[in-house]
Design a binder for this molecule. Structure first.
Ligand SMILES: [Zn+2]
Length: 421
């Protein structure tokens, strides 16, 4: 089971000083900043997923890459650009079209040739055919007459199959070397199975199942069961955006050999509570927003709603007490008092004192052996700025890799035999 991590250029600066919050004046972002696979050893994922909209943008808008970064990716190829060579091995890179970014459009915004130009130009190992997400799921439609299925759903499913067919033809004509992957879309178990069957007939041996992110786990499993019945020996499945490691053994039994997801990383700073992963649970990170660099806070100070000096004093107290707590020189209550006074000043009315107490009493960072926690200690649990938040995301990726390995090896009788080292 291979886990692909979707890249969004979320690196960290190794020169960042957590006490002074200064960086090296010699820092060159592209050269010096580090990816998760450079900071965490062994790398916490088996490959990277790179989306065309993030690199190239959509027609009329630019992507997340600067023009210079984009040029360098095309010039050097993905393996050099992402510094993926790790000793004798290198992680594979998969490209896709980021179908959710154009889900509201009538058709995908890229042509098959543009997509191949991207995959070929960046020297990806695997390329996913352009697809169009079916935005809905209703298992009851399997027992209903075909005309009950919304026309737009049928249109998107068939368009995706025909784009996959076009991509395979162009792949042959252009003598491409990346491994082509098609996407199956559906609205029910049987419709996913029909799509997979058609893609196999076209010639695909690796098929990604799309549009499953919002589905409940039983619906995903039902769809996989239906797909399993039509799967020819040797065809492998990829789950797009699905992370439920508790079911990973079951997924493997149905022919899933890979998946991708950003959630272990994103939860570090996007989630309300599941910010810091441990093997069997998650913890809330302690929020100490920056007085400088926080737009909301700056406008409150300008409007006179917050006293800047008082805010700075409280901010400093929070950070000092967290470090003292780490050295057992103050109590969890001392930290919580400071953090709650600071958040009250900032107009945050949510009472997090109980969940903060859980985090502090467990001190999960002091027992974690990942490179992030071992290096920065208590700083990892502070919800504050990209340098801490992204490192916590890297830690989560490391824990996620351990969970995945544990859940895959939890019981015997895995019929794929595919496990992580
Ligand atoms: Zn850690």
């Amino acid at each position: 089971m291979r886990f692909f991590f979707p890249d969004s250029q979320d690196q960290v600066d190794p020169s960042f000083d957590f006490k002074t919050e200064q960086r090296s004046i010699y820092r060159v972002r592209q050269r010096d900043d580090r990816y998760a696979h450079e900071l965490i050893q062994p790398p916490p994922y088996d490959g990277l997923l790179v989306s065309k909209p993030i690199v190239d943008g959509l027609p009329g808008s630019s992507g997340k890459y600067t023009g210079a970064q984009r040029n360098r990716l095309y010039r050097e190829g993905a393996h050099r650009f992402f510094r993926l060579a790790n000793g004798s091995s290198t992680l594979p890179v998969m490209g896709d079209c980021g179908a959710f970014t154009y889900v509201r459009e009538h058709e995908p915004l890229y042509t098959v040739d543009e997509v191949i130009d991207f995959y070929d130009g960046c020297q990806f190992d695997i390329g996913i055919a352009p697809d169009h997400v079916v935005f809905g799921y209703d298992a009851a439609l399997d027992k209903a007459p075909p005309q009950d299925v919304p026309e737009d759903w049928r249109f998107r499913q068939q368009l995706t199959v025909s784009l996959a067919s076009d991509l395979l033809a162009a792949h042959r004509n252009r003598k491409c070397t990346f491994e082509p992957v098609a996407v199956a879309h559906g609205w029910s178990p049987e419709s996913y199975a029909v799509s997979v069957q058609q893609l196999q007939e076209i010639g695909y041996r690796r098929i990604a199942l799309g549009g499953m992110v919002p589905l409940k786990t039983p619906d995903i499993l039902d769809s996989l069961k239906a797909v399993r019945r039509v799967l020819t020996p040797g065809t492998e499945l990829h789950l797009l955006g699905v992370t439920r490691t508790a079911h990973v053994q079951e997924f493997a039994r149905y022919g899933v050999t890979s998946f991708d997801s950003t959630s272990p990383f994103m939860q570090a700073f996007k989630d309300d509570k599941d910010n810091y992963y441990a093997l069997d649970r998650t913890y809330v990170a302690i929020r100490v927003p920056q007085v400088d660099g926080n737009t909301k806070l700056r406008s409150m100070i300008t409007a006179g709603a917050v006293d800047q000096q008082k805010a700075r004093r409280l901010e400093r107290t929070c950070l000092e007490r967290l470090r003292k707590f780490d050295n057992e020189r103050c109590t969890a209550s001392d930290v919580i008092d400071a953090v709650c006074s600071y958040s009250a000043l900032l107009g945050d009315t949510k009472d997090r004192s109980a969940v903060y107490a859980e985090t502090l009493e467990a001190r999960p960072w002091s027992s974690c052996t990942c490179q992030v926690c071992a290096t920065i200690g208590v700083e990892v649990i502070i919800f504050r700025g990209a340098d801490r938040n992204r490192r916590r995301g890297f830690h989560n990726l490391a824990v996620f890799a351990s969970r995945l390995s544990r859940d895959l090896n939890a019981a015997p009788a895995l019929n794929t035999g595919a496990t992580r080292a």
